[in-house]
Every structure is written in structure tokens, then in C-alpha cells.
Design a protein around this ligand. Structure first.
Ligand SMILES: Cc1cc2nc3c(=O)[nH]c(=O)nc-3n(C[C@H](O)[C@H](O)[C@H](O)COP(=O)(O)O)c2cc1C
Length: 190
């Protein structure tokens, strides 16, 4: 079956290190026939930056946000994807704010019944992948932890390709070893 892959890139640099990892991942996954869509989270337009915690999504059947903006378009695509790839540069030992703004809107992809102590999510059974690069060699564990926890909490398979010492934006393109790894990573999950 053709895999539907949605990539959410959280870098503001359209030709930087994150972009290279995404391109190479797409090269690998594309060669296996996957249907791939790329969303640049850093360039989405929001009515409100992040989740307002209104909880109205919990009172409706649909797994979507009540705020109709670009985040909701991305959320609907996440609900329809088999594989969700989140790509980000390491910013202060965490994901970029541009990606985090979208992640918090994922609240609407879950339904909690706190009285019954249950949770349902459209993310269950999907795969969550993290692509990330950093200038230095510290902080990738901190970056990765919330992604691992989210995948586990949501019943998702998880995988990551994390590149420390990747240099400044664009430097990673000189790394043929990383190119190879990212292509193989794309093939593996297609
Ligand atoms: C705002 C900002 C914060 C950063 N914080 C870190 C950091 O905490 N650790 C690190 O190793 N690199 C840090 N970097 C460097 C980037 O993570 C690194 O160069 C990354 O590969 C750039 O990816 P990009 O080309 O997609 O932007 C930071 C860069 C910026 C602009």
C-alpha cells in the first residue's frame, strides 16, 4: 500500500540544514513510491500563535481545531497521514518555536474523557519521525524527549535521525555520509 507521508518542517531557512535533511528523506521515501507532502510550518498563517486552551475541540466529534486557519489544514493532513515527519533545527536545546506552535494545536487530535480516565487519538497506529540538526554536540536528548513521549502516549511508532555538529545553515549539504543516512531513513519508513 502506498504510504502517505506528511512532513512538517519547522525551520525558517528554506535552503538550510533542516531543508537538506527533508530533501534527502524525500529522495529516499519518494524512491519507494510514497506519497509525500511538505508543509513549511514556519510560513503558516495563524489566527492565534499556539493553542488557546479553549477546549472546544473536546466538545465536538471531529478531530480538528475550532480555529479555522493554516494550522487546521495541517492538522487535517496529519489525521490522514500514515507517517508524520517533524523536522527542526535545535533552538536552545529544543524544537523551533515555529514547529512547537503547530504541535500545541495537536491538542485537537485527541479526545480525553477525564471522568472515565480514557484518551482516544487519530494519531494511534501512525508513525512519528523526527529529523533534526544542531550546530554543537549537546542537547539532542532534550530535543528528542517530548517526541518520544508523545509517540509513546499516542500509540505511534517512533524513529529519528538527529545530526549533531551539523554546522551553520547549509553546511550539512557537504556531508555525503548524512545524505546517505537520510535517504536510507526515508526508504525505511516509506
Ligand atoms: C535561534 C537559534 C538557536 C540555536 N540554538 C542552538 C542550540 O541550542 N544548540 C546548537 O547546537 N545549535 C543551535 N543553533 C544552531 C542550529 O541548530 C543549527 O545550525 C541548525 O543545523 C540550523 O538548521 P537550519 O539551517 O534548518 O536553520 C541555533 C540556531 C539559531 C538560529
Amino acid at each position: 500500500m502506498t504510504k502517505k507521508i506528511l512532513i512538517l518542517s519547522g525551520s525558517p531557512k528554506k535552503n538550510g540544514n533542516t531543508a537538506a535533511l527533508v530533501e534527502w528523506f524525500m529522495e529516499g521515501a519518494g524512491s519507494r513510491g510514497a506519497k509525500i507532502e511538505l508543509i513549511h510550518a514556519a510560513f503558516l498563517q495563524y489566527k492565534f500563535p499556539g493553542c488557546t486552551s479553549c477546549r472546544l475541540c473536546q466538545k465536538q466529534k471531529a478531530y480538528e481545531c475550532v480555529i479555522e486557519d493554516d494550522a487546521n489544514l495541517a492538522l487535517r493532513k496529519m489525521a490522514a497521514a500514515d507517517v508524520i515527519v517533524m523536522a527542526t533545527p535545535l533552538y536552545f536545546f529544543a524544537a523551533s518555536a515555529q514547529l512547537k506552535v503547530l504541535i500545541d494545536r495537536m491538542f485537537s487530535l485527541y479526545k480525553w474523557d477525564n471522568a472515565a480516565g480514557t484518551m482516544r487519538t487519530v494519531l494511534k497506529g501512525k508513525t512519528l519521525l523526527l529529523l533534526a540538526s544542531a550546530f554543537e554536540d549537546a542537547g539532542m536528548d532534550a530535543l528528542e524527549k517530548p517526541f518520544v513521549l508523545t509517540a509513546d502516549y499516542s500509540g505511534m511508532e517512533y524513529g529519528s535521525l538527529l545530526v549533531s555538529n551539523a554546522g551553520e545553515s547549509g553546511d550539512i549539504r557537504k556531508r555525503s555520509d548524512i545524505h546517505e543516512k537520510a535517504v536510507a531513513f526515508g526508504k525505511k519508513f516509506a
